[in-house]
Design a protein around this ligand. Sequence first.
Ligand code: SAH
Ligand code: SF4
Ligand code: F3S
Length: 472
Amino acid sequence: MSNEKTTSLKVGELDFPPRKVWMKTYGCQMNYHDSERILSNLQSLNFTMTTDQQEADLVIFNTCAVRDLANQKFYSHLGETKHLKAHINPETGLKNDVIVAAGGCIAQTEGKELVKKFKTLDFAFGTDVIDNIGEMVYRAYAGEKKFSVTSWDRSENYSIETKITQGTPQAYVNIIKGCDKFCSYCIVPFTRGREKSRRLQEVVTDIKRLVEYSGIQEVMLLGQNVNSFGKDNNESLAQLIMELDGVNGLERLRYTTSHPYDVTDELVAAHASSKKLADSLHLPVQSGSNTVLQRMLREYTIEHYLTLLGKMRKANPNIVISTDIIAGFPNETEEEHQATVKLLELAQYDNIFSYTYSARSGTKSARMKDVLTDDIRGKRLREIQNAQMIIQAKLRGQMVGKTFRVLVEEKGISKGVTKWTGRTSCLRIVHFEPETPEHDYKWHWVDVEIISSTALSTQGKIVKDHGKRLTH
Ligand code: SAH
Ligand code: SF4
Ligand code: F3S
């Protein structure tokens, strides 16, 4: 959101003077994208965004419930808003009438309890009502307090238009919501509801519009399981990718997250034939042990998974693969854990997102009797992460001497030296020094030759600056 507004807006019975909203988002890309949608919706009630909580009229937490740590962080941040409410506004001399709201995954399942339990919380809203945020904020300003809206959208179709507020050439585009997988450890099917896809043509039209009118060049297709996209409509992710391949001006396409069970040969083939699909694939494995995968209800074996990686690498030899891993699933034996460590060697991941198991109430695995301690889980997590660092450093070392196309995101100063940072098609972060101190590379496409690398970052030198648009 950009320009400062000065005039008041009359909406229904109420006046909406220019106000500020401050937001904190936890969790996954879907939540971050929802936050963008919330902010965009609030513009019509005269809100602009602020990064300073102290000057906010409206404070929104977009919460995540995937692990206990995410819940704890939110509870502690919410507790801190007590001070905001008690704050005296220096201009009016009155107590600030800050409104505090919580949305997202915790609010979906615990909205009512949150509102009751936390004095400072004015209202809560779930994951399927974010497009009604304006109505809820209106209710709050009309004096209604302590309400919770967590209904599910019962309409048969999932139909939206993507809203963007960041002014960058990158956009997240939801293509499917919900999850029907019910992995035994996971809260997401409860917080996001059943799978529902947008229609393929709607997504294509949406993205064409973003490319043509909003300067979007890189798109991330989003969903908890994008491989289920279109199942009910006889459409598929692979078809969508191939249609998007024909959109002029769209340079890079990514998707996340994919469930290995649903990866089709058609999708593998799209990785070979699509010119836009990036050289990156996030394919969560969760564990290297077949017996643990069974208890997780993941529906595939490690053999199947590794065969898939082989097919993907054959389809696109430049593809770089990342994954998610859970350490210490209930009753995981040392042998089962070692199977995960061994998997790292076999799979050669470029990056892993690893976590200790966290019991989520309402899930199947939370009802399992469990002999593991937090200490064991922590130790196994560290072992996994240490093993990965060695593999990662080796893989990234192989980048040295090669040239990569990078979309530049931002400028930073490290140890007194100005450096620009961007991402390759394979999603690796690259830092490079500008040719001249004042050269502005923001959102430029550049070619960078890698000169050194570690497990976590790579340094390069600029070979060519293509500017903000590539000419093909
Ligand atoms: N839809 C995605 C993942 C969504 S949750 C998928 O299927 O891969 C993101 C990650 O959080 C998961 O991949 C998993 O590794 C982790 N996660 C989910 N539930 C968890 C739990 N109860 N404890 C620890 N990690 C968990
Ligand atoms: Fe959770 Fe499994 Fe669905 Fe991913 S696929 S969101 S891990 S239930
Ligand atoms: Fe968290 Fe909800 Fe995403 S639980 S990971 S914010 S879908």
